[in-house]
Design a protein around this ligand. Structure first.
Ligand code: IPE
Ligand code: IPE
Ligand code: MG
Length: 251
């Protein structure tokens, strides 16, 4: 496995877990079998991320657009989600992991919501990694809903229009309180963001792999993290500024 420098891991890692359906179809299996195998990859990634000391892990599990998939697939995904949360909560407690959810919770079936509610409550005192599940999540929806909540506070006189800053606005998003992701991994070869964390990904390092999510292994995970460690995040500055040495021009 790739050697990793403990001090240079992403504080917040976000993952677009993609390719479950194609993984299954390639094997003449039903798409849901791919989702089931994908849940095994989630267990591995959660365990590894927590072992490595990553503080925040955010997984895109179901998008607002995914509601338009065949009803059978949506139903099976919701059932799988509920089963996963139920099964994994004890392990989350042992590993000191706290559950968090972003997205439109009210769209989810009542039983799924109740299961999530229990898991969030049960793990709320945990102080280790924060595992955020993006469920019925869409970045544009999140931003417009944040704008609407903010507009209400302005109308109520709690905030003046001139007081609106990027930091203040960030606090109105579902991710308020979470740092922006440092690193985003997307599996399955698609090179797009698919409406995930649009605001928060402004300066995130992106990593794409052809591997389908059910085939994503510990080795690949470490390879992705090693790739992150080799990058220089400049945030608009020059390389010399970051290395704290004058360039030839301003020396
Ligand atoms: C990702 O796998 C899981 C969800 C979106 C719920 P997909 O189901 O999108 O798999 P592909 O992209 O069709 O292969
Ligand atoms: C993004 O994957 C959503 C999740 C991983 C949950 P999709 O498979 O839905 O995205 P598109 O349709 O390929 O953009
Ligand atoms: Mg997909």
């Amino acid at each position: 496995m790739e050697p990793l420098e403990p001090g240079k891991l992403p504080t917040h890692l976000a993952i677009i877990m993609d390719g479950n359906g194609r993984w299954a179809q390639q094997r003449m299996l039903k798409r849901i079998v791919g989702h089931q195998r994908g849940a095994e990859t989630i267990k591995m990634v959660v365990e590894q991320a927590s072992l490595l000391g990553i503080k925040y892990l955010t997984l895109f599990a179901f998008s607002s657009e995914n509601w338009s998939r065949p009803a059978m697939e949506v139903k099976a995904l919701m059932a799988l989600l509920k089963k996963y949360i139920r099964q994994e909560t004890a392990r989350m407690m042992r590993k000191n992991i706290r559950y968090n959810v972003i997205g439109n919770r009210s769209d989810l079936p009542d039983d799924v919501n109740a299961t999530l509610e229990d898991a969030i409550r049960e793990t709320s005192g945990n102080t280790g990694m924060v595992l955020t599940l993006a469920l019925s999540y869409g970045g544009r929806q999140e931003i417009s809903m944040a704008a609407s909540r903010l507009a209400r506070d302005v109308a109520a006189g709690k905030i003046k229009p001139d007081d609106i800053t990027m930091e203040l606005f960030s606090g109105y998003l579902d991710t308020g309180g979470l740092p922006d992701p440092d690193f985003l991994i997307r599996t399955s070869g698609e090179m797009r963001i698919s409406n995930f964390l649009l605001w928060q990904l402004a300066y995130t390092e992106l990593y794409f792999t052809e591997t389908y999510w059910p085939d994503f292994t510990i080795n690949e995970f470490h390879k992705a993290l090693a790739d992150f460690q080799s990058r220089e995040r400049r945030f608009g500055k020059t390389s010399d500024q970051l290395l704290n040495r004058g360039s030839l021009l301003n020396a």
